[in-house]
Write a protein that binds this ligand. Structure first.
Ligand SMILES: [Zn+2]
Length: 371
């Protein structure tokens, strides 16, 4: 059985100076329009308790273009993008491109992401089921007893990041050296993120391939707990990414992802007899159950409980679809959109899109949604 999905393929690209200037100008306009629309929405809500729809915002943009001070908005369009962005790397067979999004990260690297309609073949059903526990010492622990550690380079990269951040703090405000130090911090951040995403893609694909049911805990509320350690921040971010990947990959391949309530005391419950231990400080990695005397590794025990809870939910036929994040859960705030999307003209068959003005480099499976 096959199904149609939307899939984005992301590549690094290197614009010419002229293209970079044009893109920067477009980004500026997008940012301006975004902030202006947000301002209007906020004003309408607070002063008139009125919601502004997308259509109304769009109509407002047309009006803004008519005013002298915003007339320049009319000169910028996404059309130059679709003329200029030509990719040389062939997309997978059967993938039909629809839009291209150009973005620039904080390290100053340009990317182009091509959204395609793609056909995904479902995997044959398997018997396996696995519980996944999120940790700090190891990235995740599986109910099978396996501990998955952070990517190999992460520790060293993190030390480099800390050093670069200290270096940045020493530099005088507004100086050239500060700018240089800031770029270096951004570069290391980007490298850590790239490597981690690559790693999480491999892990999520493996979990979904090997198991019919994957059970995870809903940790979305955990961020409310104040803990500002870098390790915590990174493990939280990794966990969110992993969950997102598991969600869409389970959907693609016909697997089941069960998300269980985070308030379930998975660490403190004995996975063999169900006795709940009153206290289990975070530092305690191994413990013995008072009820049955079983010896537990903290994380493996938690992962087994997650699996058991998930299978129970699944068997009861409860609603096990992963909960979508509530719309409006993210507070609206001014931002600087560093991306622009344009529709792609269909390439006629046989025409080779090999324009060399845009040199492109495939950045591996680090980016984009690929299994
Ligand atoms: Zn026990």
């Amino acid at each position: 059985m096959a199904r149609q999905v939307k899939r984005a393929f992301k590549y690094r690209f290197y614009p010419t100076d002229e293209q970079a200037a044009e893109l920067a100008r477009t980004f500026g306009c997008v940012r301006l329009v975004y902030n202006k629309a947000l301002e209007e929405r906020t004003r309408a809500w607070y002063t008139e308790q009125r919601r502004v729809s997308y259509v109304q915002s769009s109509a407002a943009l047309t009006e803004w273009k008519k005013t002298p001070e915003l007339a320049f908005l009319g000169e910028v369009s996404s059309v130059p993008l679709q003329r200029n962005i030509v990719w040389s790397r062939p997309l997978p067979e059967g993938a039909v491109p629809s839009t291209v999004t150009v973005s620039r990260d904080r390290a100053g690297r340009w990317f182009c992401s091509i959204l395609c309609a793609d056909t995904i073949a479902r995997l044959d059903p398997v018997d396996g089921a696995v519980g996944v526990d999120a940790g700090i010492t190891s990235l995740v622990t599986l109910s099978t007893g396996e501990k998955v550690t952070n990517p190999r380079h992460e520790r060293r990269d993190r030390e480099r990041l800390a050093k670069a951040q200290r270096n940045l703090a020493d530099k005088a405000e507004g100086s050239k050296n500060r700018d240089k130090a800031r770029r270096k911090v951004a570069r290391i951040h980007a490298r850590i993120a790239d490597r981690r995403r690559d790693f999480l893609h491999k892990l999520s694909t493996r979990l979904v391939r090997e198991n019919q049911t994957v059970v995870i805990e809903d940790l979305s509320v955990r961020n409310l707990v104040a803990n500002h350690s870098l390790a915590r921040a990174i493990s939280d971010a990794a966990w969110r990414d992993l969950r997102t990947m598991l969600e869409y990959k389970a959907d693609w391949y016909g697997r089941e992802l069960v998300v269980i309530d985070r308030w379930f005391p998975s660490s403190r419950t004995c996975s063999q007899c169900g006795t709940i231990t009153a206290k289990l400080p975070l530092g305690v990695r191994e413990w013995n159950c008072d009820g049955c005397g079983a010896q537990h590794d903290r994380d493996v025990n938690a992962a087994r409980n997650v699996l058991a809870a998930g299978l129970a939910v699944s068997a009861c036929g409860a609603d096990v679809r992963p909960k979508r994040r509530k719309p409006g859960g993210q507070p609206a705030r001014k931002q600087e959109p560093q991306r622009v999307t344009a529709r792609i003209p269909r390439l006629s068959a046989g025409k080779r899109p090999s324009e060399e003005r845009v040199r492109q480099q495939h950045t591996g499976s680090t980016h984009g949604r690929r299994p």
